[in-house]
Write a protein that binds this ligand. Structure first.
Ligand code: C2O
Ligand code: CU
Ligand code: CU
Length: 482
């Protein structure tokens, strides 16, 4: 069958009740489109040009203007990089406002990080050049201009950046068409049109949508083999926390978190995924030939104040349908027993550095501070282990993200999250929770610490810090009182 017949058959099967109807939360469109796999740009090991420009999107109701695209692709192109390679990219800003691209989860030199002080004006370009020395894993890139990150990400500037060491087949992991990056992001869709106009209440809560797009598509269908699949899930939402699960409640396996693989697959039935976080999971479809398996985000309990303009945090959504073919003869794979052990983090000698989140007026604060571009808020020492303690005294969950390093969760006062087991660069801190993390900074210079709820970030829930090299100096002024 061709693509159209395949879809018709799938839809007819669904209509005939052969496929259990998912608990569709809000979208009325049904499972309609084939999932566009994220295209890889040409020459991923050579220099890549990322051209940011206005463009169109199409959510099934015809093309609409207003997208902000990289290389005119919706969603943005996937960059596939090899560990150890020299990454060379040029950002060409054809938007009508400043922008800058940040490589979320990578640890390049400070000058290559895409900090908001590095924004480039409309009509200009800049180049990036650094060696990829991060663990193989699922990273991503997105704009980072202060006050405009939420807007630019919302309208389409966000893509995967996958780092490989070439050993995944040896690890027994699915590769090729069985290794599937899925960018999940909720949007407010009204008559086929993307709406983004946060009120002050929505700046406080974060801008929530009424549909969750998967790789830019509402409720897509993806044709797959009856095999073990590797799904790389990225929550690219501005503010919505998701809870990916299989609609039939079956077990799947968490194999990786923000910055690489776990020591071994961990069986789960759902994984809480806040904005900025990634997880890699294995899904076993070996017994599903000829059927379909839906991936959903079932309802979950979370304390958050959500304005009435969109379904609240914790609402159920459909994500995508996996339409499973008959066996194609290839080895369907298995769930590996183990990967390389991940070492425990080195533990700091001193007391934790405490960061308390709260509200003041109509802003979320970190230790009472609201972001200022030119103010350095604290310094840390290069290469020395630290413990950071996050205390959420506010009324919103905060996915806290750090540039320039990665970390491990040491403890959490609330219920444990499956992703706490692995290397992280973004960690959800729910209302009333205290979370301790272990970290160390190995790259000197200026970096950011912020909430990845993009409305919180744009409204100032962000701090600058400097990693100081005490032997060679760092070239930065010491902040007052530090
Ligand atoms: Cu994903 Cu500072 O960013
Ligand atoms: Cu980042
Ligand atoms: Cu926040």
């Amino acid at each position: 069958m061709d693509r159209r017949q395949f879809l018709d058959a799938a839809l007819a099967a669904a209509a005939a009740g052969l496929v259990p109807a998912p608990a569709r939360a809000l979208a009325a469109q049904g499972w309609a489109a084939t999932l566009p796999l994220l295209p890889a740009p040409k020459g991923t090991t050579g220099p890549v040009v990322l051209s940011a420009a206005p463009g169109n999107y199409d959510l099934g109701d015809g093309p609409r203007a207003g997208a902000l695209l990289i290389n005119q692709q919706w969603p943005s192109p996937t960059l596939r990089l090899d560990q150890g390679q020299l990454f060379e990219a040029t950002l060409d800003n054809q938007l009508d406002e400043p922008t800058i691209i940040h490589w979320h989860g990578l640890t390049p030199p400070s000058a290559m990080d895409g900090h908001p002080v590095q924004v480039i004006d409309a009509g200009t370009s800049r180049s990036y050049q650094f060696t990829i020395d991060d663990p193989p894993g699922t990273y991503w890139y997105h704009p980072h201009p202060h006050h405009r990150t939420g807007y630019q990400v919302y309208f389409g500037m966000a893509g995967f950046l996958l780092v490989s060491d070439g050993l995944d087949a040896d690890r027994g992991l699915p590769t090729g068409a069985r290794d599937i990056p899925l960018l999940l992001a909720d949007k407010r869709v009204v008559a086929g049109e993307l709406v983004f106009a946060p009120t002050s209440g929505e700046m406080m809560a974060g801008f929530l949508g009424n549909e969750v797009l998967v790789n830019g598509t509402i409720a897509p269908v993806l044709a797959v083999e009856p095999a073990v699949l590797r799904l790389r899930l990225l929550n690219g939402s501005n503010a919505r926390i998701l809870n990916p699960a299989m609609a039939d409640g079956r077990t799947f396996w968490l194999i990786g978190t923000d910055a690489g693989l776990l020591s071994a697959p961990v069986p789960v039935t759902s994984v809480l995924l806040s904005p900025g976080e990634r997880v890699e999971v294995l899904v076993d479809l070996r017994a599903d030939a000829g059927g379909s398996v839906d991936i959903v985000s079932p309802a979950f309990a979370i304390v958050a104040s959500s304005p009435p303009s969109a379904p609240p945090q914790g609402t159920a959504f459909d994500l995508l349908r996996l339409q499973v073919s008959e066996p194609l003869g290839a080895d369907p794979g298995t769930v590996p027993a183990a990967f390389e052990p991940i070492l425990p983090p080195s533990v700091a000698a001193g007391p934790p550095r405490v960061f308390t989140f709260a509200q003041s007026g109509m802003q979320h604060t970190i230790n009472g501070l609201v972001y200022e571009l030119s103010r350095i808020d604290f310094t840390v020492r290069l290469g020395e282990p630290e413990t950071w303690r996050f205390v959420n005294d506010g009324n919103q969950p905060h996915p806290m993200h750090m540039h320039g390093t990665r970390f491990r969760v040491l403890s959490r006062s609330g219920p444990a999250l499956a992703s706490d087991a692995g290397w992280k660069d973004t960690v959800l801190v729910r209302v009333g929770e205290t979370v301790d993390i272990a970290l160390r900074f190995d790259v000197p210079g200026l970096f950011l610490f912020h909430c990845h709820n993009l409305e919180h970030e744009d409204h100032g829930m962000m701090l600058n810090f400097v990693v100081e090299d005490r032997i060679f100096g760092d070239g930065f002024e010491s902040p007052a009182g530090a």
